[in-house]
Design a protein around this ligand. Structure first.
Ligand code: SF4
Length: 616
């Protein structure tokens, strides 16, 4: 029996109702690990590139990370991968919480779902289901319900089971729909419309209860003794994250000129302190929460009330949500922010893209590009609760002209509205920016431009380096200058290769805050799997996975012409704040970056590099 994985992928065809499984071999796992690494191998090899993302034939993969469900710190993640309805290219949405670890204890490493059920259904994976412990059950009574309501019903029906569920937005094929795991506490696989992939299959939820089948660990005592020394250090280095959550970093982000403000128009936002993690901790915090095996515990539960709308209790707004549904909309009231977060989560949408969509709509309204006729009579104003709540509901239910446009994502919405409103959108490869303004860290200009799924803040994380978090294994011990371009191609290259394995391994990227490098992770992998990986081998595997994803999007027509940041955030230097006047020279950085990657001028991996990486 292999160590570190079960070697079984559950396969479900929702058109025919056929349930089966496929076996994995250790060579594939060593080469790509699991999670998004294995998903891209399967998508590249077995799915026609021109497939419609919302067609029954387009698969959706739920794949555990290699270490998920073990005692390795933060080994809680799963990659949900598919061809994206929002961008038409690769998508990997990662999620933590407890569902992925529970799923892994069912004895499977992942699920490969194809087809489309003729009626709404949910999947039950549990000892109580008939062999092979999987059932497809009717979900007509759940269709139309929000993520929390559905979660509560399913948890009553299937006691002690965990739930992953889409909301009305996923059912309505909204291209910014998310999948909610573990409601009502909730973690989300959110970006690039992954919830619409699930909705297109008439699949409302997946309910799991593990059978205690943990993956076998090759050297449990060795792993325990490594962790005994390392966990206290990780805790010490991440104290602030544990106390104030990701939103605790918001004032620092603002001081670096990195915060999105008024749809990326402004460069400073002193009011950020009113909605920061510190302010929420003082006023609306209820308790801390941690994902499986996490010694950091960055998540929080908050409780409050928004005048005119009612009470809320749920997951607190993460930093990305604070940036996009907060400062980007000029919100300075934490109750508006937390309520908007809660509503977006209940309806099952990505809070980043919803913030981006709302900012776009309010700017369009302010500049006369849309009117009350388009909004169902609603006046749209910056920082206004009614405007934001109205836009969230209109988008999830595709109501009115503006809701049905925003439901297609902000880039397509601008194309529908016309009138040069594309000028109000910031995106790369069709994915709108998250809450890091690339003018604040020029490395993020290159990172967004070359991220495989579009403007993704998680593929490079280089802003952490500028803010003083070292990456000793990569030789970065002092903070790089946030505006200096010459060192950034190498930094982005190294960071992308390093981070490229986090999703395949099932690890949380906040380990980086804990000063965990790839030498340490390599020791964990070897203890769990009984392998003899080296730190260099880790980096090479990361580079292999990154390049395989690049090959997949190359095959869909992506090349240098798409490695761009479009419109606002690179066309308009800011007039205030620390990043005032900054506009990075992307073309120059791109040339150097392509050389490091061994890619042609057009951004295609060379034969030589592919051979070196074992991809040819
Ligand atoms: S640091 Fe936060 S997001 Fe990461 S695993 Fe821990 S609780 Fe989850």
């Amino acid at each position: 029996m292999p160590h570190g994985f079960h070697g079984r992928i559950l396969t479900i065809d929702l058109s025919s109702g056929k349930i089966g499984e496929r076996r994995l071999n250790e060579d594939d796992v060593k080469k790509y690990t699991l999670g998004s690494g294995l998903a891209v191998r399967m998508l590249y090899d077995e799915v026609p590139p021109d497939i419609d993302p919302l067609s029954p034939e387009n698969p959706i993969f739920f794949l555990s990370g290699l270490l998920t469900g073990t005692i390795v710190p933060t080994a809680c993640k799963m990659s949900v991968c598919s061809k994206s309805p929002l961008t038409g290219i690769w998508n990997e949405a990662t999620v933590g919480g407890h569902w992925p670890a529970e799923f892994r204890m069912t004895g499977y490493d992942g699920i490969w779902i194809t087809g489309k059920s003729p009626k709404p259904v949910y999947i039950l994976i549990s000892e109580s289901a008939t062999p092979p412990n999987v059932k497809i059950l009717p979900a007509d009574d759940l269709w139309g319900k929000d993520t929390y309501e559905t979660g509560a019903i399913l948890q009553t029906r299937h006691e002690k089971h965990l739930v992953a569920v889409i909301g009305p937005a996923g059912e309505n094929l909204v291209k910014i729909a998310s999948i909610c795991f573990d409601p009502p506490i909730s973690r989300f696989a959110a970006r690039s419309g992954i919830g619409a992939n699930m909705g297109s299959k008439n699949l409302k939820a997946i309910v799991v209860k593990g059978h205690g089948k943990r993956v076998s660990v090759a050297d449990p005592d060795g792993l325990k003794s490594l962790l005994k020394e390392e966990i206290p250090q990780i805790k010490e280095n991440t104290k602030a994250l544990g106390e104030f959550g990701t939103s605790g970093g918001a004032p620092a982000v603002e001081s670096f000129g990195d915060l999105p403000v008024k749809n990326y128009l402004l460069g400073a936002y002193p009011d950020v302190v009113k909605i920061s993690g510190q302010a929420m901790r003082e006023k609306i915090w209820v308790r801390h929460y941690a994902c499986w095996a996490c010694p950091i515990g960055c998540a929080k539960i908050v409780k409050g009330e928004l005048a005119g709308f009612g009470k809320f209790e749920g997951h607190y707004p993460e930093y990305e949500t604070l940036g996009m549904l907060g400062s980007n909309l000029l919100v300075n009231d934490m109750n508006i922010l937390a309520y908007a977060n809660e509503l977006t989560n209940r309806l099952g949408m990505d809070t980043i893209s919803m913030g981006s969509a709302a900012a776009f709509a309010i700017e369009c309204y302010e500049k006369g590009k849309i009117t009350r006729e388009d909004t169902g009579g609603l006046e749209l104003k910056w920082g206004d609760a009614a405007s934001i709540v109205g836009l969230i509901e209109m988008t999830a239910y595709r109501r009115n002209k503006i809701g049905s446009a925003l439901a297609r994502g902000v880039k397509e919405a601008a194309e529908i509205i016309g009138k040069n409103t594309i000028d109000y959108v910031s995106h790369s490869k069709g994915l709108d920016y998250p809450a890091h303004d690339p003018r604040g860290h020029v490395s993020m200009t290159l990172s967004y431009a070359t991220s495989v799924r579009g403007a993704c803040h998680l593929e490079g994380l280089t802003y952490f380096l500028d803010r003083g978090i070292p990456a000793k294994d990569l030789g970065i011990t002092t903070p790089p200058n946030q505006f200096e371009e010459s060192d950034k191609p190498k930094i982005v290259f190294d960071m992308q290769n390093f981070l490229s394995l986090f999703n395949p391994l099932g690890l949380c990227k906040f380990l980086f805050h804990g000063r965990v490098g790839h030498s340490q992770i390599t020791r964990w992998i070897n203890a769990v799997c009984g392998w003899s990986w080296t730190p260099d081998g880790y980096m090479k595997t990361g580079e292999r996975v990154f390049n395989l994803k690049r090959l997949y999007i190359n095959r869909l027509g992506i090349s240098r012409k798409d490695d761009l940041l479009l419109t606002r955030a690179n066309s308009y230097p800011k007039k205030e704040g620390k990043a005032k006047g900054i506009a990075a020279n992307l073309a120059k950085m791109l040339d150097e970056y392509y050389t490091l990657r061994g890619w042609t001028y057009e951004g295609v991996p060379s034969e030589e590099r592919l051979k070196d990486l074992g991809l040819l």
